[in-house]
Design a protein around this ligand. Structure first.
Ligand SMILES: [Cu+2]
Length: 155
């Protein structure tokens, strides 16, 4: 009996894990987006946040992520961190190119989607509806989970 309960618990756990990863992965055409997450705001007054995810291009042609949109913020821009003379700063990039069969990862201290003018602080456990627009593949709609203030991936 005890082992049956453990087996059931394991099965349910796997189902939940599969459901969560399904929500954070989405694709359009040859562009597959996985592992999307945001970090919770550190203070209630926070007006900026960031989104991270991985883009894989399964196609034979390069594509570009050109725009990101979410109702949670006034603006969502593509940023990259650049280090110059030991000082790290963020720079706006017009688009992120994903070469054929390549994977590009947006992560803390690297490229990211910068959210500015947050309408409410990002709260752990909530989700953000986000639309990514690719030049060729079109729109990818994501439900981005918000992790802890120092999250390094979807939790
Ligand atoms: Cu930034």
């Amino acid at each position: 009996m005890r082992s049956l309960i453990l087996e059931l618990a394991a099965a349910i756990g796997l189902t939940i894990a599969a459901a969560v990863s399904f929500v954070t992965a989405a694709h359009a055409g040859d562009m597959m987006v996985t592992g999307a997450y945001a970090r919770a705001s550190a203070t209630p007054a926070a007006k900026a946040g960031a989104l991270y995810f991985t883009i894989r291009n399964d196609g034979d042609a390069a594509d570009k992520l050109t725009a990101v949109q979410t109702d949670a913020a006034q603006m969502a821009m593509l940023h990259e961190n650049v280090e110059e003379n030991g000082v790290v700063s963020m720079r706006h990039v017009e688009a992120i190119t994903i070469a054929p069969k390549a994977t590009v990862t947006l992560a803390p201290q690297k490229m990211h989607v910068m959210l500015t003018g947050l309408k409410a602080p990002l709260k752990k456990g909530e989700r953000l509806a986000v639309t990514l627009t690719f030049e060729k593949a079109g729109e990818v709609k994501l439900e981005v989970p918000i992790g802890g203030v120092a999250a390094d991936g979807p939790e």
